[in-house]
Design a protein around this ligand. Sequence first.
Ligand code: ASP
Length: 301
Amino acid sequence: MSRTLIHSQSHSQVATERPVFVSTWNFGKPANEASLRKYQGGGSILDAVEEGIRLTEADKSNASVGDGGKPNAEGKVQLDACIMHGPGTKAGSVGGIEDIAHPISVARAVMEKTPHVMLVGQGAKKFALEQGFASENLLTAKQRKEWRAWRREKRKMEAGENNHDTIALVGIAADGTLAGGCSTSGLAYKMPGRVGDSPIIGSGLYVDNEIGAAGATGVGENVMRFCGSFMVVEYMRQGLSPEEACAETIRRIARLDGRPIEDLHINFIALNKKGQFGAAGTGNGFPYAVTYPGFSDILQS
Ligand code: ASP
């Protein structure tokens, strides 16, 4: 195992103003900015997180989240999402939901309107329809064409670098309240029914209102066996900076997994209660977005 392959910043960055939003990948920047607008328009930190993720879910050109996401091996788009609100450690989640464009909002409805944390498959869809969400075909012509080509060639799903991505977005309000969400179509051409880390509380996302929040993207199987986001938050509790907490989580996962670190394809973002943020990944620089009043940019871990 080589430590040098973990990409993380060597210093801790801190936002000078609040709220602060931190999210995965380049597409996190417009999502963060939508979150900031929502918050500045009077929304809560939870409303803001949901709004940012909804923007990514609605973008049909984004093939890894929401509408326009890559389908499973049978050509069906199955979406995973979860949301957490710091006060009271509230959580809601949906796994493998079909035909619903905004799983993050269904996850929020699970959190706020049911006594449960997670609904999956047909039950999640039934609940969404009862809540007034529309049933829509989420498979775009482009993704159908690519899926057909994949099927013709009878390629095996490769859990590699380029067939997935996720929006994980975490935020802290002016009063220190934390919230976060995570949404994905998961690994492209996954086995029907496969659920990844993204909707699993503690794996794809974790929010602890005393300490901070963390989110994950990458090969979910290499995150969910380790409660990855929970581990990041626990390292922050022990005093590590967000960057170091993400990097230490990756080191520990790699050690336990045993494979070369570059084969894991995992990335984490983190934000602590002081407004410090950071990220780390196993690839060659992981882009993540940071936004607060007067600042919005894409940084590289
Ligand atoms: N973590 C997601 C999953 O495994 C995919 C990704 O973030 O790239 O479903």
